[in-house]
Design a protein around this ligand. Sequence first.
Ligand SMILES: *Cc1c(COP(=O)(O)O)cnc(C)c1O
Length: 472
Amino acid sequence: MPPDMLYISTRGEAKPKSFTEILLEGLASDGGLYVPEIYPQFSSAELLAMRGMDYRKLAVTILSKFMDDIPGDVLRKMINETYTKEVFGSDDITPLKKLEPDFFILGLAEGPTLAFKDIALQFIGRLFEYALEKAGHELNILGATSGDTGSAAEVAMRGRSAIRVFMLSPYGRMSDFQRKQMYTIHDANIFNISIKGTFDDCQDIVKKLNEDAEFKKRFNIGAVNSINWARIAVQTVYYFYGYFRATNSNTEQVSFSIPTGNFGNILAGFIARKMGLPIRRLILATNENNVLEEFFRTGIYRPRKGAEVAVTSSPSMDISKASNFERYIFELSGRKPNRVKQLWADLVSKDFFDISGSEDFSNIKDTGIVADSSSHKDRIATIKHVYEKYSVLIDPHTADGAKVALSYREAGVPLLCMETALPAKFAETIREAIGNDPPYPEDRTKPSDIEEKFEVMESHAEKVKEFIEAHA
Ligand SMILES: *Cc1c(COP(=O)(O)O)cnc(C)c1O
């Protein structure tokens, strides 16, 4: 039976494909990003039934709509094997922690690398293995990370025989903890490449090599960064889960606050809202790298140059452009590929685009997104405030989200702050805020002090290409 769900490109020229086809492809052949032709909808009867489900059941219910070319029993088995108490610390998977009535933290960082990216990547490791076995070939994952994606991808993919990971990271720009988590993985299928440049230089190399169609095909290059649709789909699940745990009935609305970098996490919330989940606001928080806050304030999207990217104490949000943003603009324009193509051509010719004064800009209010930014000082003050008031320690990224969230708080609307990492990952900033080291979660193994294994490389796509050709 052919799948009902087809995926189309935001640039409108790539052929519509099924989920498992786009899973291994990453970027579409026309340079766009894949999105569902139609978003699945949940009726109020379905939402009522979903309220009582545990995380795994909920994941099956939601993901079977997006991944309908995977047999139901296979999908269920993969979900049940991924979302376990052993891997995520509890059967809640994403536990809801109440600070006070209508003010919550949604714990997304209980996985093996203590950051929310585990939720998608742990599952994607299994998805890839399934799809590769079916297709009968191997995959070389090429990715860029500012810290958390890399470790989550490597932990999820290590030891998987049909998969190799080539992960680019910015030399000297990750926390000690993040670096150790990645560089102490010595499995033969994992290659850490440390680029003398910023995260965006890393991302540019990945983009460039992906535009080399011959190379991409010859080496079966795939992606795990958040442009991969599977990640977005998987991340919609915890919006539903958090909503059902924070409310008593489906007539209530909630707001979420999301510390944002590449626009992946918040996009999943936007899509959950489109699928019928009663979300009032999606509160977007940036750090000093405020390219997205600026867009929501002015209508001007101006990606920063590599040298303009500040190194901050919430490093996983240190981005200059938000790779998933194209999916949002596609929706904002009423799904017009020509509009997307025109705006992205502006980015090439002028380094920015401006939709202020257009209908697209006024459509923002219907999408529920509001935005503001947070600074190092805000982060430190918020960590301290939450710690002193509630005896709960939050990490610097979560603090950016909480800071902005509190300024948008509305009486009677439950507010859920996404906890995207655990404080143990960012000891230096925690010490500055509260004067003590963050505790390490007892049931987790610390990254070891064994030798770090990585290649240092100049920021040249050709060098990376040669390395892959020699090791794939
Ligand atoms: C990746 C990451 C973010 C940003 O998420 P996006 O999906 O890129 O917007 C925020 N906080 C932490 C800790 C992260 O690892």
